[in-house]
Design a protein around this ligand. Structure first.
Ligand SMILES: Cc1cc2nc3c(=O)[nH]c(=O)nc-3n(C[C@H](O)[C@H](O)[C@H](O)COP(=O)(O)OP(=O)(O)OC[C@H]3O[C@@H](n4cnc5c(N)ncnc54)[C@H](O)[C@@H]3O)c2cc1C
Length: 381
């Protein structure tokens, strides 16, 4: 058989996710959140109750403890039913797992444990107007004062800028340019300003800018050691990128299967359009590409589970899956004809949502740079 479904493993978790998606009408909610963006607290809490938050995190830290490969199956299935939104929300604890690993008791109990229950939301604040792919340009800084540390700077492109009640902010600790430090900063503190900047897709993220003007950092706000925050972030990113690849493939599987069915139904020039090679051949290629991408992603996750997946392999997993997914969804728009371009069908939203995969969590170009480092490591010494 051709297509992604033919290589997906049998796993009871797929049925569990399907039942959850149906019970909570996730496909419909995904369309509603595109038209009328807001943070989906009800569904997020339900995901917490269903143990869909913290899939890969160890059970002793409140997670579900799934192997990466099985977590990818869950994410692919969530994305198949309802696009990127709930699959990416499922990864939110992984995106801030440093809180559970390195945060003090206040941070863990007040923010990380509630996050696993879908009761709190913490944004990741790394990017700045002058620093994205290259974080050497980060200027956000905590400066010592008589009463403690005061945080100043601007973070941009932040997902959940409007809705997160705390931000994990990466900046420079007083007097140190050696490396970045992370602090957990409640967003209602005096001197914090938030502004949403509307996006092409994934409207539910309500991304935007967060500005800090001499914000007093609470005691215990620092997460991990001073100057070490990027080391923690890089460790997380390898797993995250390979898991995100599964999300994009799941979205594309939905569009591909719907297009295969539509091509058998829709008649033009006296026969179903599937009988025109110009329609059939790209769909055969897309099905093959999605299946091949899944096998690569799965293998990368299995290696990661055993500690042997390289950052480059994970980077290429995200790139490969995003490319395959975007091409597939673009064909879905095309072969549904003019309706494919309309909001009557889900393909245009899926394309806009998946388009972020070439940018978020590292751009395609940076993914190649990471992989090239595997091939040609930088000389040491
Ligand atoms: C949907 C979405 C969600 C996001 N969520 C968050 C978030 O929650 N928190 C957060 O902090 N950030 C977030 N980001 C920001 C994201 O991390 C940055 O957009 C990304 O790292 C790129 O940084 P930049 O936008 O500053 O682009 P730049 O780094 O300025 O890059 C501009 C262009 O130059 C290319 N380029 C840069 N360096 C090289 C190189 N060495 N070789 C070749 N090409 C290069 C890039 O690939 C890109 O095409 C999000 C982005 C998106 C799209």
């Amino acid at each position: 058989m051709i297509g992604l479904a033919s290589v997906l493993p049998e796993d009871p978790l797929r049925r569990e996710v399907e039942a959850f998606a149906q019970e909570h009408a996730l496909a419909r909610r995904s369309r509603e959140l595109d038209a009328d963006p807001a943070f989906p607290w009800d569904e997020f809490r339900a995901m917490g109750r269903a143990r869909l938050l913290g899939l890969t995190l160890p059970a002793d830290r409140g997670g579900r403890g799934l192997p990466l490969r099985r977590a990818a199956v869950v994410l692919e299935e969530l994305a198949f039913h309802a696009g990127t939104v709930f699959a990416k929300l499922a990864l939110q604890p992984e995106f801030t797992s440093v809180l559970g690993e390195r945060g003090g008791p206040d941070v863990r109990d007040r923010w990380f444990v509630p996050l696993l229950h879908g009761e709190a939301l913490v944004s990741n604040q790394v990017t700045e107007p002058g620093a994205g792919s290259d974080l050497t340009g980060v200027t956000t800084r905590a400066v010592r004062s008589t009463t403690g540390r005061l945080l100043s700077g601007t973070k941009s492109q932040v997902a959940f800028a409007a809705d997160a009640s705390a931000g994990l902010v990466y900046g420079r600790d007083d007097g140190s340019d050696a490396g970045l430090t992370a602090w957990l900063v409640p967003q209602e503190l005096p001197g914090v300003e938030r502004r949403v900047v509307p996006d092409l897709g994934e409207h539910w993220m309500r991304r935007g800018t967060v500005t800090y003007r001499d914000v007093p950092l609470p005691d215990g706000a620092r997460v991990g050691e001073p100057g070490r925050a990027l080391d923690y972030l890089r460790k997380e990113l390898t797993h995250e990128r390979a898991l995100l690849a599964a999300v994009y493939l799941g979205v594309a599987r939905a569009s591909w299967e719907e297009t295969v069915a539509e091509s058998a139904r829709r008649v033009a020039f006296g026969r179903p359009i599937s009988q025109h090679e110009a329609v059939a051949f790209p769909l055969v290629e897309d099905g093959t590409r999605l299946a091949a991408a899944w096998l690569y992603v799965e293998q990368t996750l299995i290696s990661a589970e055993h500690g042997s997946a390289s950052a480059g392999a994970a980077a290429m997993a995200k790139w490969l899956a995003t490319e395959a997914a975007l091409a597939t969804i673009d064909h879905a728009v095309q072969f549904h004809g003019g309706r494919g371009y309309s909001r009557e069908l889900p393909h245009e939203q899926r394309w806009r949502d998946v388009r972020s995969g070439s940018l978020a969590h590292g751009t395609d170009e940076v993914m190649h740079r990471v992989a090239a480092r595997d091939l040609w490591p930088r000389p040491t010494g």
